[in-house]
Design a protein around this ligand. Structure first.
Ligand code: FES
Length: 121
């Protein structure tokens, strides 16, 4: 069974292959939503972007990004520089071991955002 490691909570748990990451966290009372988003969210329909998690390790062991996930404007806007590592937990199926950070900080600047387009010139 795949293992999900949570950095902030300093815990880990096993889930069945193909389990939904958001659902598995909520089953264990691990909150993926910040603040009032706990009550005001889209209930797993990839519309609100509030269930985001930062994938620290094992991103290849999650299902590929869905078209909804790629198009979530809030997720892209608020995480400049971490677009590839940031996932919507409601859209992730766990296929292998993964390490995640729940409720990650916003990254409004991002190390990639301010890079010069041609750094050697
Ligand atoms: S619950 Fe709204 S995007 Fe995941």
């Amino acid at each position: 069974m795949p293992k999900v490691t949570l950095v902030k909570e300093k815990t880990e748990y096993e889930v069945p292959v193909g389990a939904n990451l958001r659902d598995e966290c909520r089953k264990r009372a691990i909150e993926v939503y910040p603040g009032m988003a706990r009550y005001l969210n889209c209930f797993g329909h990839a519309l609100c972007g509030t269930c985001k998690v930062l994938v620290k390790k094992g991103g290849e062991n999650l299902s590929p990004k869905t078209i909804f996930e790629k198009g979530t404007f809030a997720l892209r806007l608020l995480n400049v520089g971490f677009e590839d590592e940031m996932r919507l937990s409601c859209q992730c199926k766990v296929m292998g071991d993964v390490t995640i950070e729940t409720q990650p900080e916003m990254n409004l600047s991002g190390e990639n955002f301010w890079q010069k387009p041609y750094p050697n010139k």
